[in-house]
Design a protein around this ligand. Structure first.
Ligand code: FES
Length: 64
């Protein structure tokens, strides 16, 4: 599903970015362009990013 129509950024691309260490909207925008145009997607993108990071947190605790 596309989250950012302006820059063709999908939900899975945001989840991949989170898995690769992106942990802020500024980083996500630099990496994917998400929310860098009209900004309409920013709230949804932030939600997907934060959900992805929250899902990774238990895995990081196990790996540490
Ligand atoms: S929909 Fe993402 S910047 Fe416009």
């Amino acid at each position: 599903m596309y989250v950012c129509i302006c820059n063709a950024v999908t939900e899975s691309a945001i989840r991949e970015a989170a898995a690769e260490g992106v942990c802020s909207m500024a980083e996500l925008e630099r990496r994917t362009g998400c929310a860098g145009s009209c900004g309409c997607c920013a709230e949804m993108a932030a939600q997907v990013l934060h959900e992805s990071l929250a899902q990774q947190a238990p895995l990081l605790a196990i790996a540490a």
